[in-house]
Design a protein around this ligand. Structure first.
Ligand code: 15L
Length: 267
């Protein structure tokens, strides 16, 4: 892998990965709908709206591997999700294939499976159970990735990212936290490992309270360095200040599950 494109490079995760991947590949091209506030003079930036196929063609030309973070990163109105995460994601895979890109690492999300209860440990082979329109769009991205891998030989890695931060923020994040350096490790496996065809990994550090079986990532050599347990005492102090959320606290997706929830399940 020589020339890598990072979409969504102006966002929080994108900004962290730009720094962590700098110098790892000979050339990094970064893209977003807006210029990153901290763009350095030695960074190659091309602005692109992913919902415009012509613009996506321009950013994917001459690229070997893509880290696709671009899109809308929380729940939103359908029009927004559709434009950014459905049309934008399809354009990205289609343009990547047409341009001869070899690998795509897709930033999926825990919200593709957010309606699994917290007392169930899940692997990567479960049926998707999205907790939001956003989660549906991430399940869509995984499906599009599988299609381009199986039909066209693109090497695709989907990372169901938990929460990327310097430290876990609350009790739920003790289970799903990922240290930025660990996310960079997973991205590098997706871009470099010779045996990748189509894989799904959970984007989590080595958390004792994990709800996810991440043995598939371990199989490809993932050895996380972050451990959320180290932060448990301070996290629980923060958690005690939060209001309880009877629905959100039952499911892995937390507030994404309780948002707009009006199911009336008996039993
Ligand atoms: C996500 O997928 C979001 O992009 C991020 O902002 C967080 O909300 C995270 O999930 C989470 O579940 O904490």
């Amino acid at each position: 892998m020589q020339t890598i494109l990072i979409t969504g490079a102006a966002g929080d995760v994108g900004s962290r990965l730009r720094k962590l991947l700098k110098g790892v590949y000979s050339r990094l091209r970064i893209s977003d709908i807006r210029k990153p506030a901290d763009l350095r003079t030695d960074e190659e930036f091309i602005a692109a709206d992913l919902s415009d196929y012509g613009q996506v063609e321009k950013i994917t030309a001459g690229i070997d591997g893509i880290v696709h973070l671009g899109g809308y990163s929380v729940e939103g109105p359908w029009e927004t999700i559709h434009k950014s995460n459905i049309v934008g994601c399809y354009n990205l895979f289609e343009a990547a294939y047409r341009a001869g890109v070899k690998r795509v690492v897709f930033a999926s999300s825990n919200h593709a499976v957010g309606f699994y209860p917290r007392d169930r440990k899940i692997g990567v082979d479960v049926t998707v159970r999205p907790d939001s329109r956003y989660g549906v769009s991430k399940a869509f991205g995984e499906a599009v990735g599988a299609l381009y891998a199986d039909k066209h030989g693109l090497r695709v890695t989907c990372i169901r990212i938990g929460n990327v931060n310097d430290r876990p923020l609350d009790k739920r994040r003790l289970s799903i936290w990922i240290k930025p350096e660990d996310l960079a490790k997973l991205v590098r496996i997706g871009l470099e490992h010779p045996d990748i065809r189509f894989e799904i990994f959970y984007g989590a550090s080595g958390n004792d309270a994990a709800w996810w079986d991440n043995s598939n990532a371990a199989r490809f050599g993932y050895r996380p360095e972050g451990r959320s347990e180290e932060f448990r005492a301070e996290v629980m102090v923060e958690q005690a200040k939060l209001a309880s959320d009877p629905i959100g606290d039952r499911f892995q997706g937390g507030p994404f599950c309780s948002d707009e929830y009006d199911a009336d399940w008996k039993g």
